[in-house]
Write a protein that binds this ligand. Sequence first.
Ligand code: TTP
Ligand code: MG
Ligand code: MG
Length: 442
Amino acid sequence: MFAAMSASVNDPSHGFCRDCLSPQHGGGMRCRACGSPRLIRHPELYALAIAHIDCDAFYAAVEKRDNPALKDRPVIVGGGKRGVVSTACYIARINGVRSAMPMFKALEACPGAVVIKPDMEKYVRVGREVRAMMQALTPLVEPLSIDEAFLDLSGTERLHGQPPALVLARFTRAVEKEIGITVSAGLSYCKFLAKIASDFRKPRGFSVIGQDEAVGFLAEQPVTMIWGVGKAFAATLEQDGIRMISQLQRMERGELMRRYGTMGDRLYRLSRGQDERRVEPDHDAKSVSAETTFDTDLATAADLVPILRALSEKVSARLKKAGIAGRTVVLKLKTHDFKIRTRNRQLGDPTRLADRIFQTGLQLLEKETDGTKYRLLGIGVSDLSAADRADPPDLIDVQSRKRALAEGAIDALRDKFGKKAVETGYTFGKGRNARPPEDADH
Ligand code: TTP
Ligand code: MG
Ligand code: MG
């Protein structure tokens, strides 16, 4: 499926050297210009534009960069509060060390390892630098975590004067040179396969999965390669005798949906390499929200409403401080058995008023107070915009206008006398069961 195995390895127009980027004509094993064996050839190389990039052994790579004496040593980053491995460099991995392993086990497997406590601030900073370099290639960058993102490079050829494959290879070189860590890249026609490809030949990998080979390639993979098939779901499939994606490829959509609901539809499509999801760029913040986990599960409106009020005020305060407003109110509940329920309502205009957020949340909450016990409640707004068009006074009804005016007055008092100076009826006496709200910026 990949370059080396591809049928058109000899096609002179479909390859380049990943080290010096010179085009490769003919089928040699080494670059004609620089002698490097890191050649990439693929019949669809210049037709694919969806990329996934993931840094190699990210935290450990940053630590090695900052202390060259560690270069050839096995390095484990972790410990801290939970006493587990965050990540290990590839030398430590040869000895069997893995992320999430208890530290004592990791040291049993690799006694000579150098253990380093995580320095999150540093990793966040480096992650941002890598992201900034991605954003210089295309505005369509969708971060998935601190060290990885999807990029949609379609339509960037005119800007860069090069097809996406070369832009990507140039990028991986630039990260090595400018940031001092390595990344792996996957290139395909969809997100699902781009992500699989980036994981294929780590570290310093560059893998390509084209349209023509997708179904054949997937047929040979286990179902766990499908997005959303975790351990529990894989066990369910295993019980039904399904282990390989090829088995899903032979099943009808209706049958899969009957057995597995919406997940069945996903299995049907992804097993056939069909993935229409677009690369969604990151906006600085997509929502502003606050949530709290209760000490004991709560079910009644009497218990939940005061907490909703307090959280709405918190969200509103943060919106006001940031000068932004949100048009969609999102209620989040987690049931006693850890199922998440989110409910949205779009407003006519963006708001930053605690009362509007609260009243909307209340309407959504009413439908969910059906006796279910909850362990968490959250409220927030999304569809963010600048505050200048928020809460137009002539468009809100008389009651809400009164409350808006009152809220303005309360804000002014709080500014003058401090946060605790004014409490509304709803928040009075709250907190019996609630922990302090946690902020959540997404
Ligand atoms: P990953 O990209 O999953 O792993 P990695 O970059 O360390 O290694 P590779 O991609 O080459 O396989 O995660 C990125 C970082 O997130 C990782 O360096 C440390 C952190 N992390 C944890 O803290 N705990 C974990 O269980 C995992 C998987 C990652
Ligand atoms: Mg990584
Ligand atoms: Mg990652």
